[in-house]
Design a protein around this ligand. Structure first.
Ligand SMILES: C[S@@+](CC[C@H](N)C(=O)[O-])C[C@H]1O[C@@H](n2cnc3c(N)ncnc32)[C@H](O)[C@@H]1O
Length: 253
């Protein structure tokens, strides 16, 4: 194996890089400026045909980047083979740069905070939503790693389109904290500013005491009596949509 053999490069970088699992994760990461030192596929022709059909903007980049490796070698690189048989490694953005982006004021779009989330799929779905709405970033508190491969897979590679970091409740980005809770004031009577920090509780136990203490406003999504709560990611979706129609700037083209 030579130093430029893609499998050799892969094994050298795998422990410190972000796994992009599947064509769509790689496509999104490239679109949003990720540095991708290695990308492999078990079927180069199929991957390039997919690019021509779905992502002509990154087709030439993929042509230069994608190395074909034998199917068993590809399978050995990923936890679960993806239907597109594409995988890549990306350089994780620096924590310092992400912290700066999150702390920067004035802000043109809110930061989403997930307070001690437990479900990797929910975290990925929230990052995808934040990217779609152009949110400044997604902060998690607690033990879940927001760059875990399952979260990156759930986020479809869109971690590179928004600032994703784990912080503590004492270290949240600046801005008025709007905490989402079924006991709060009806969100329909609330305008969410672009500088808002939108905080959501854990799937298991809701908002922590620490986050409640930091909240400037407690707001609720409309919900019929006898329904206890919505799923975490769908709550974020409704809240970002509400911001997109009540915020002061045009956000999504
Ligand atoms: C699955 S819920 C948490 C349920 C949890 N068992 C509890 O005791 O609150 C996850 C988070 O979604 C948000 N959420 C869910 N339904 C909501 C609603 N109707 N209004 C505001 N926020 C809601 C809250 O931030 C909540 O902490």
């Amino acid at each position: 194996m030579s130093a430029s053999d893609p499998l050799d490069v892969w094994h050298r970088l795998a422990g410190t890089s972000v796994l992009l699992d599947g064509f769509h994760a790689l496509k999104h990461a490239l679109r949003f400026g990720a540095e991708v030192p290695v990308a492999v596929t078990a079927d180069r022709a199929a991957a390039l045909a997919l690019a021509e059909e779905l992502a002509p903007d990154v087709r030439d980049t993929l042509d230069a980047l994608l190395a074909e490796v034998p199917e068993p070698a590809y399978r050995g690189l990923v936890p679960r083979p993806h239907p597109t048989a594409v995988a890549a490694l990306a350089v994780r953005p620096s924590r310092a740069a992400n912290r700066d982006r999150l702390a920067h004021l004035p802000r043109t779009a809110p930061v989403v905070v997930l307070d001690d989330p437990r479900n990797l799929g929910n975290a990925g779905a929230v990052i995808r939503l934040a990217a779609g709405f152009g949110a400044t970033g997604v902060v998690t508190t607690g033990t879940l790693d927001p760059w875990h491969p399952t979260v990156v897979r759930g986020g479809a590679g869109l971690h590179f389109a928004t600032a994703v970091e784990r912080l503590t409740v004492d270290d949240l980005p600046p801005g008025p904290v709007f905490a989402l809770d079924p006991e709060g004031d009806d969100i329909r009577h609330t305008k969410l500013p672009d500088e808002a920090v939108l905080a959501f509780g854990s799937e298991r136990s809701g908002l922590s005491a620490g986050l409640r203490a930091r909240a400037d406003h407690l707001v609720a999504l409309p919900m019929r009596p006898q329904v206890s709560s919505y799923n975490l990611a769908t709550s974020v979706a409704m809240t970002l949509y509400h911001w997109s129609v009540t915020g002061s700037a045009p956000h999504v083209p």
